[in-house]
Write a protein that binds this ligand. Structure first.
Ligand SMILES: Nc1ncnc2c1ncn2[C@@H]1O[C@H](COP(=O)(O)OP(=O)(O)OP(=O)(O)O)[C@@H](O)[C@H]1O
Length: 310
């Protein structure tokens, strides 16, 4: 798959403080690459370096494979973390102005703007001035502005923040559709459930450095052990004595058993002792959300800090 963005060994400091270091990843055509990390981890700093809003102290940013001709800047779309469009301007005028800055043909831009406004439930808002829009509506217009010129590479910094669930779904489907049509997408988000549904690969950054980089499925296989949730009245000592149980979290009549990496759930279930009180039982993989919290809070319960072959 063709590479649309290569970040190689990026390093950036503010004053004497190193904010990000040794950040390397790629975004390929048609994939959604998630850039994840706790608040202050360095995601926006990484994105701002990619977008040329600030310059790297170390490393390089290339739009395409290293050594190949870069894709032009007007083929990049960007939704910044800071929201805001010119207030006193009509929605269509701002969209056409931004499309023109990207050298996108005006008639096509107008046609697409109307289509996209309709898609995002903003039909008829083209003649309304930006200041009359609600926060979520404004965000939709800004998102439309980021994709109107049919970018080959789309960089989205927290696209879902402040959106209601219906709008989140709209954004999710649109982002997915763009990737299916070949757009390379770098997506920074805190909404782990959405990331889990959407991302092909992820890069997890913590305190400015890489913690995990790899395909989502591999990350889940490697980090997301099984856990078994049991509702019932059971002694903690009994739960802890069960085979393959690494850790027990118990709250009144609910216990979560974290199982070892190589457990075979079907076999494990078969061997549960008869005296175990089971009113309800479920087995799930640990979610990306839990993996994230584990790393972000330095609990390191997963005890693995290695990188997957991306
Ligand atoms: N212009 C700046 N001058 C000094 N420090 C900065 C500047 N911009 C960011 N930082 C610091 O860099 C670190 C990373 O910030 P950054 O905005 O990249 O994090 P983030 O991962 O995007 O966080 P969030 O999820 O909260 O948006 C933080 O400690 C922040 O205080």
């Amino acid at each position: 798959m063709e590479t649309m963005l290569t970040v190689d060994n990026l390093g950036k400091s503010f004053k004497d403080k190193k904010i990000v270091s040794n950040i390397s990843f790629e975004v390929k055509k048609g994939e959604i690459m998630a850039l994840l990390g706790p608040n202050g981890a360095g995601k926006s700093t990484t994105i701002r370096n990619i977008m040329g809003i600030m310059y790297p102290d170390e490393g390089t940013i290339t739009f395409r494979d290293k050594g190949k001709k870069d894709i032009p800047r007007n083929k990049i779309g960007y939704l910044p973390e800071e929201r805001g469009l010119y207030k006193n301007v009509k929605v269509m005028d701002i969209l056409l102005y931004l499309a023109e800055l990207k050298d996108y043909p005006l008639d096509r831009a107008k046609e697409r703007a109307l289509e996209l406004l309709k898609k995002f439930d903003l039909e008829g808002k083209d003649k309304v001035s930006v200041e009359e829009l609600s926060k979520g509506m404004g965000q939709k217009v800004q998102f439309i502005a980021a994709i109107l010129h049919e970018p080959e590479l789309l960089i989205l910094d927290e696209p879902f923040s402040g959106l209601d669930p219906v709008s989140q779904e709209l954004f999710k489907n649109e982002i997915r559709g763009l990737a299916q049509n070949g757009t390379a997408i770098l997506l920074s988000s805190h909404q782990m459930n959405l990331v889990e549904e959407m991302a092909d690969r992820l890069f997890l950054i913590h305190r400015g450095t890489k913690v995990i980089y790899g395909p989502l499925d591999d990350v889940k296989k490697q980090y997301a052990n099984f856990k078994c949730t049991i509702h019932g009245v059971n002694e903690r000592s009994l739960l802890e004595s069960l085979p393959e149980v690494e850790r027990v979290e118990q709250n009144e009549e609910t216990a979560v058993l974290y199982l070892s990496k190589d457990v075979q759930p079907a076999n494990w279930l078969k061997n549960l002792p008869a005296q175990l009180d089971v009113q309800e039982l479920s087995i799930d993989r640990i979610s990306l959300h839990e993996i994230f919290i584990d790393i972000a809070t330095d609990k390191n319960l997963l005890k693995r800090e290695e990188n997957l072959d991306a």
